[in-house]
Design a protein around this ligand. Structure first.
Ligand SMILES: Nc1ncnc2c1ncn2[C@@H]1O[C@H](COP(=O)(O)OP(=O)(O)OP(=O)(O)O)[C@@H](O)[C@H]1O
Length: 261
């Protein structure tokens, strides 16, 4: 069994996300052209590529906030934008927590937005705090938390939205490297325990490999798929040991070579 991937890779079934022949233009700018991507349900796809190659555009199109000019975007069998939107939760780079709300109230926002009463939302979310390493911080304000803790609150809020599809746009870009490593390990364990269909956009090659079942490299604009790398990693005791395995080193080198190419 591949390290950190639990049984999710083996449990692939049903519909996931599919982009077929997708082109998106902004005026004269062709952001992506003829893009084909497939993310089987409950697997995790990492997307890396040069700045401006259309990575965020892909997430916007999956989420239904934007539509392709050509081609089809399908999310769990639906192509209509409103249906795609209903299936996706988006976690941005900045945690976007509301500073005037307590941490618990922030984590409840997505449930309240869906019409769940404030009281019921709190009853449902409070027990999750321990699992997210946030026990005891329920009544604090976001400014009293570290950056890593704020991102965990942000991710908790994203998860309780109970959407099958998670769109992660540089989710740890604002964190320092030590905090980032801890949150990456935590996120991988969390997603192994509670699988979702994930598209992760990142500039961090190690992050892409640690969190994804497959990584695609996009070409510079107009964005197309330049390479696909299935991620198969051996069991390893610690993150440091995993990063030193021949499999990880080979994948990282291959990814960097594609990016440089
Ligand atoms: N709303 C918009 N209006 C006009 N041009 C846009 C719009 N959104 C994106 N673009 C352009 O489309 C291209 C792709 O943008 P996108 O943000 O998807 O790239 P990206 O790979 O996510 O970039 P980065 O890695 O820098 O975040 C860029 O050239 C960008 O300027």
């Amino acid at each position: 069994m591949a390290q950190g991937h639990g049984e999710t890779a083996a449990a692939v079934h049903g519909d996931g996300i599919r982009l077929s022949g997708v082109t998106r233009r902004y005026g004269d700018v062709v952001a992506v052209a003829g893009l084909d991507l497939a993310v089987p349900r409950h697997t995790r796809l990492g997307i890396v590529g040069p700045s401006g190659c259309g990575k965020s555009t892909v997430l916007s199109m999956v989420s239904g906030l934007e539509n392709p000019d050509e081609g089809v975007v399908e999310v769990l069998g639906d192509t209509a934008p409103a249906a795609r939107l209903a299936r996706c939760a988006w976690m941005p780079q900045r945690d976007l927590l509301l500073p005037w709300r307590t941490v618990l109230a922030n984590a409840c926002v997505s449930l309240e937005n869906r019409g769940v009463s404030r009281r019921e939302a709190r009853e449902r979310v409070r027990p999750l705090f321990a699992r997210f390493g946030l026990a005891g911080f329920e009544d604090r304000r976001p400014y009293e938390l570290s950056g890593g803790m704020r991102q965990r609150v942000s991710f908790l809020r994203t998860l309780v939205a109970d959407k099958d599809v998670l769109l992660l746009d540089e989710p740890f870009g604002a964190l320092d490297s030590i905090t980032r490593a801890g949150v990456q390990d935590w996120l991988r364990d969390t997603l192994d325990a509670e699988p979702r269909t994930v598209v992760l956009v990142t500039h961090d090659v190690e992050e892409a490999l640690l969190l994804s079942h497959e990584v695609v490299v996009m070409s510079s604009r107009p964005g197309r798929v330049a390479a696909r790398l299935p991620v198969e990693l051996p069991p390893a005791g610690s993150r440091r040991e995993l990063l030193a395995t021949p499999e990880f080193v080979r994948l990282r080198d291959a990814l960097l070579a594609h990016l440089e190419g």
